[in-house]
Every structure is written in structure tokens, then in C-alpha cells.
Design a protein around this ligand. Structure first.
Ligand code: SAM
Ligand code: SF4
Length: 320
């Protein structure tokens, strides 16, 4: 279905849990977030119900995220349930990859098509520091397992944080040389934990591109927020996602469902529409509520204006 700015909305990103087995500096408070009342969170069955109705309205692509989606009990059956929807053509997951080695085979069998793995450093000590405790070797094992199973393309998400990992840019880019791995550099966004320090640690993708002078531009796909490039002769691509320095709002095709059942028409706005109570108490209204929610999608984000109101939720609740 189309929104009021004639954008076709066909993509829903779902945070199935706000819990995580890591505490990345820019995403989670050191002690994690306080566990919410079970009744205030959407169950996987309820999320599956929302997805079914959304599919009727033209959502054909779903991304499962979190918190960490692989810590959620029942994730494999949930993916299988969603892939049973006729309208859903593409199911992807965004994960920190720590548990991927254990789950990859079952997820693929359940219908998972693609996986994005977040990894901000290849250096064990630094990875541990950024994630407050993670083991990068487990993530690398997960990547190898996904490659072995032919889950393609594998996309690695790298948030570049000034003073932390900008010296690893070349190393990340060279990962695309011999494997079908896309590496995507994502600009740090001023949300949740990063709301107040993102500006000082911000490195624009333009800076990275200048440093990697030998990248060849690929044709832009309008459905992707990333601009893609390739190293000469490489199997994978290098992508740049610039939500801050050059936003892609005009081509935005997505809505987001938070782990506590709120629909966010725009990542960079505090506006949310309650879905949880509709699924629980007025299920017949769900279709109309979703239609109306999509119509409230703003034309663009206002990050670069004086009117911008900081988004207070942590990314783990929204899903990224
Ligand atoms: N736990 C999973 C993971 O890390 O991939 C999925 C959830 S995580 C919130 C989704 C993505 O959001 C990750 O790639 C993470 O790096 C990114 N992210 C979180 N906070 C961010 C911020 N302030 N700016 C840019 N990206 C952010
Ligand atoms: Fe967890 Fe992902 Fe947030 Fe890191 S970015 S704390 S892995 S939800």
C-alpha cells in the first residue's frame, strides 16, 4: 500500500525482544534495560498475527531484529510461521551473530533468506570493549557457518565510531574481496544511548569513501538505503548507509514494530501507534489501525533541524 507521499510501504522491521546478550556502548546501558512486565510485551504469536494482516496490506518483506533476536525462545518456529504467509517473500534477520553458529541451519530450514550480522571491530579486545563483553571469534564462526550453508548475501553492519574503530575501515572493506560478503558502514545515529554523544563520535560515510579511493560505484537500487561500491574484482560489495549525512526518506518503504507492540512510522520520531492492545482486545480493527498508521508516516525526518526532538527509546526496543 502507498502512504500519503506516494511511497510504497512493503517492508516491516520487527523487534521481537528488547533483551540482548551484549551491551553495545551506543545501544544499551551498561546494566542492560530493566526487564518489562511480560504482559506489556508482544508475544511471538501476536507478532505473527500482525504480520499476517500486514502481509494482506502489501508488506512482503520482513526483518526480524531486537535486542538480540536469537536469544528469544521460539525464534525458529516463529520464522517458520511467518514464512508460511503467502504474501511474505523475504525474511531476513539482524543479529549480533554470537549464537548464529548454533541456529543457522534451523533458521534456514524455517525459511530465513538472509542475515545481517553486526560487527564493529575485528579485534578481539576492541570488540569486547564496544560490546561490553562479546567474543568476536564466536561471531566469526557464525559468519563462516552462514557462508557454508549458502545463506546469501551475508551483510556485515559496521557502525563507525570516532576514536574506536575508524582505523579498521580498510580491513573491513577487504573482507568483501574473496567471499560473497557485503560490508555496510552505518553512520552513528543520535538515538537512545547514543543520543548525546553521537555528534562528537560521528564519522560521515563521505570521510570513509574518501579514504577508500579505489571503490567502483554500483547501480543504486531504490529499495535499499545503502549506496553500493565494489573493490576491483571483489565478490562482495561495500555499502554506505547515511541516515544522517544524506537521508533516504524519499525512498523509505518501511515501518517498524517495537518489542512492546508499538508501530513506528519513522525511526527518528517519537510518534508511535499502539498495536498491542488492538491485537489483544480489538483484533477486527487491526487492519484499519495499520492502514491509518501508515498514513501518518512523515515525509522526512527532522534530524538536521532545530525542531528535532531526540528519540528517547533505545535502539534495542526499536530494532534499528
Ligand atoms: N542485536 C542485533 C544486532 O546488533 O545486530 C539486532 C538489533 S541492533 C539494535 C540493530 C542494528 O542497530 C545493529 O547493527 C546496531 O549496530 C545498530 N545500532 C544500534 N544503535 C545504533 C545507533 N545509535 N546508530 C547506528 N546504528 C545503531
Ligand atoms: Fe545488543 Fe544489537 Fe544493541 Fe549491541 S546493537 S546491544 S547486540 S541489540
Amino acid at each position: 500500500m502507498k502512504d500519503t507521499y506516494n511511497r510504497r510501504i512493503n517492508y516491516m522491521r520487527i523487534s521481537i525482544t528488547d533483551l540482548c546478550n551484549l551491551r553495545c556502548l551506543y545501544c544499551m546501558p551498561e546494566d542492560g534495560i530493566s526487564k518489562k512486565n511480560h504482559d506489556d510485551m508482544m508475544s511471538l504469536e501476536e507478532i505473527a498475527e500482525v504480520t499476517k494482516v500486514a502481509a494482506k496490506l502489501g508488506i512482503n518483506k520482513v526483518r526480524i531484529t531486537g535486542g538480540e533476536p536469537l536469544v528469544k525462545k521460539g525464534i525458529v518456529d516463529f520464522i517458520a510461521a511467518i514464512s508460511g504467509n503467502e504474501g511474505i517473500k523475504d525474511i531476513a534477520i539482524t543479529t549480533n551473530g554470537l549464537l548464529l553458529k548454533d541456529y543457522a541451519k534451523d533458521l534456514k530450514k524455517a525459511g530465513l533468506k538472509r542475515v545481517n550480522i553486526s560487527i564493529d571491530s575485528l579485534k578481539p579486545h576492541r570488540y569486547k570493549e564496544i560490546t561490553r563483553g562479546g567474543d568476536v571469534y564466536k561471531v566469526l564462526d557464525g559468519i563462516q557457518e552462514a557462508l557454508k550453508l549458502g545463506i546469501k548475501p551475508i551483510k556485515l553492519n559496521v557502525v563507525v565510531i570516532g576514536g574506536y574503530n575508524e582505523d579498521e575501515i580498510e580491513e573491513f572493506v577487504y573482507l568483501t574481496k574473496n567471499d560473497e560478503i557485503d560490508v555496510r558502514f552505518i553512520e552513528l545515529m543520535p538515538l537512545g544511548q547514543a543520543a548525546n554523544w553521537a555528534k562528537e563520535k560521528f564519522i560521515s560515510n563521505e570521510t570513509i569513501m574518501k579514504r577508500m579511493g579505489n571503490l567502483i560505484p554500483e547501480q543504486h537500487q531504490t529499495s535499499s538505503p545503502a549506496k553500493h561500491f565494489k573493490l576491483p574484482g571483489a565478490k562482495g560489495r561495500v555499502g554506505f548507509i547515511n541516515p544522517i549525512s544524506s537521508h533516504f526518506c524519499g525512498e523509505c518503504n518501511r515501518i517498524r514494530l517495537t518489542s512492546d507492540g508499538k508501530l513506528k512510522p519513522c525511526l527518528h520520531s517519537n510518534k508511535e501507534i499502539d498495536i498491542l492492545n488492538v491485537v489483544r482486545h480489538m483484533p477486527k480493527e487491526l487492519e484499519n489501525v495499520l492502514i491509518n498508521a501508515i498514513q501518518t508516516k512523515p515525509e522526512k525526518h527532522y534530524l538536521d533541524t532545530d525542531d528535532y526532538e531526540l528519540v528517547t527509546r533505545n535502539m534495542a526496543e526499536i530494532g534499528g
